[in-house]
Ligand binder design. Structure first.
Ligand code: UDX
Length: 483
């Protein structure tokens, strides 16, 4: 019926619940993806577990609310300590089971409560490692976007193993000729959670379970970039409609236009204290490309002797270094006297947590010593920072392989890697890698490659680029399906 000049009812904005797996490396990408949806006319409410919710600062809350993102909590049965940190697949698996049991009921109650109060949910965007979110969404007849946090290469390996398309075992070797683009992998390059592949699927519940119902999702999104993993993505797309929407890094960082505007800051920080200004002030005094930035992300724990070797490798390289050592890791640092000697020489700064993107975007930083968590890898690649890969567990060895041999933006330590139980990487090896990346012809070539990938990714993320268009298409399709 014509409305004869009456103002028409505005179409309500689609409302999404964004449900990350509750660790730093999984919250950041879903939050950053959500931030991109807001200007496209989508409302988002972020769900955090009680532990994460109480860990974030008042400043983060203010930022989230300034971005007009809603915040709600979802119970996981671990109010006091949250998801376990430190390397260990079994502990994760146990946590994941509890979260599924308690979280799915809590999610259903929340969706119902929102519907009752006129805040109906149109879509749940959830981390692929908590596929039970899809089951809850289906109960309510709402849309689902399955968000894969890790790389297409790693997703392709997991998918291929689950579906029996990719052989894994001592006898078959690890050259997955099946997945185009994927380089020949040695055992040390595989995601560590596959090492014990046997008849009992339990250790793989977390990772292979990602594909248990993925084909029912309305969208399958991946925090990667088409140009970065084109063939792997194209292979996966034969089976599931994988769509790349990464990197989930605020555009001002990619465009070298970031400032300290609060709403542009990246992710949420669940670790304290946050030494942002200390880092910025220290970095400001250092020459271009002179600083080695060291971080092992939010989960990995190094053995004390590994911390000592790392410290001496950094020290002996004679480069400046900025090293993130989480509070829970501090007791493993070498003796105080040695550290203060380094500090006195103004060579090294050790902080408990920082704004990693601010640091990586600083001109002073010449190299990133990283555990190769997928976020860190993509952040280093996107900001053109050469890397020294010291992978610990999970997807990190495979990401390290790409850093060294596929994108050629860094080197990987020859021995060791492998977390608390793994072999220690010696100080000489660390020093050798730092020299290779920071100095000489090899360093120059790595820097040229890094610059190349930085430009490729900046293009892809912008309006009209592969990821930029995919984000726009997702928003448009969500708006149209929500009517
Ligand atoms: C985990 C897994 O280890 C990783 O392999 C997987 O792909 C995602 O989940 P995490 O180990 O924490 O994540 O590493 P990473 O993926 O690199 O994520 C860490 C995040 O914390 C990054 O976004 C990084 O920018 C941020 N960070 C790290 C800071 O903001 N400040 C710091 O001081 C250190």
């Amino acid at each position: 019926m014509a409305n004869h000049g009456q103002p028409s009812e505005p179409t309500p904005m689609p409302h999404c619940l964004a449900v990350p797996f509750p660790t730093q490396g999984h919250i950041n990408p879903i939050l950053e993806f959500s931030k991109r949806l807001i200007p496209k006319g989508i409302r988002v409410t972020l769900l955090l577990t009680p532990f994460i919710s109480k860990s974030i600062s008042a400043r983060d809350r203010t930022r989230i609310s300034a971005l007009e993102i809603g915040l709600e909590t979802i119970a996981d049965g671990h109010d006091e300590e949250g998801c376990p940190t430190g390397v260990g697949a079994q502990r994760f698996d146990a946590y994941v089971r509890t979260f599924r049991e308690i979280g799915s009921k809590a999610l259903a109650r929340l969706v119902q409560r929102m519907a009752d109060s006129g805040e109906s949910v149109h879509c749940i965007i959830y981390d692929s490692i908590i596929p039970w979110c899809l089951d809850v969404a289906k109960e309510f007849g709402i849309l689902t976007a399955d968000f894969f946090t890790q790389s297409c290469a790693v997703d392709a390996i997991y998918y291929g193993v689950r579906e029996g398309k990719v052989p894994v075992g001592e006898t078959t070797g690890y050259n997955f000729g099946v997945i185009p683009g994927l380089p020949a992998l040695e055992r040390r390059d595989l995601p560590t959670l596959l090492h014990d592949c046997g008849p009992d699927p339990d250790p793989f519940g977390l990772i292979l379970g990602q594909f248990s119902n993925a084909e029912q999702a309305d969208w399958v999104l991946c925090n990667s970039v088409l140009e970065v993993e084109q063939e792997e993505l194209s292979w996966l797309s034969n089976f599931l409609p994988f769509t790349t929407v990464g990197p989930t890094i605020p555009l001002p960082y990619l465009n070298n236009q970031h400032d300290n505007d609060d709403t542009d800051l990246h992710g949420l920080s669940i670790f304290k204290p946050f030494n942002e200004s200390t880092c910025a002030n220290w970095l400001e005094t250092k020459p271009k490309h002179s600083v080695v930035y060291v971080s092992f992300g939010s989960i990995a724990g190094l053995a004390a002797d590994q911390m000592e070797e790392l410290f001496w490798g950094l020290r002996n390289s004679n480069h400046y270094f900025l090293w993130v050592v989480r509070q829970s890791e501090e007791s493993k640092l070498p003796k105080e006297s040695e550290l203060s000697a380094a500090a006195a020489a103004e060579r090294g700064l050790i902080v408990r947590w920082c704004s990693q993107l601010e640091v990586l975007a600083s001109e002073a930083v010449g190299c990133f010593v990283t555990h190769c968590g997928w976020n860190s890898t993509l952040e280093g690649l996107s900001l053109g920072v050469p890397m020294v890969a010291v992978p610990q567990w999970s997807d990190q060895p495979t990401n390290a392989k790409y850093v060294k041999d596929v994108w050629r933006v860094g080197v990987r330590v020859v021995e060791g890697g492998g977390g608390e139980s793994g072999a220690v990487v010696g100080r000489e090896e660390i020093e050798r890698c730092l020299r290779e990346v920071m100095e000489g012809e090899s360093g120059e070539e790595i820097r040229r490659n890094s610059e190349k990938w930085k430009n490729v990714i900046r293009e892809a993320a912008g309006e009209g680029g592969s990821s930029g268009s995919n984000v726009g298409d997702f928003a448009a399709s969500l708006i149209s399906k929500s009517r």
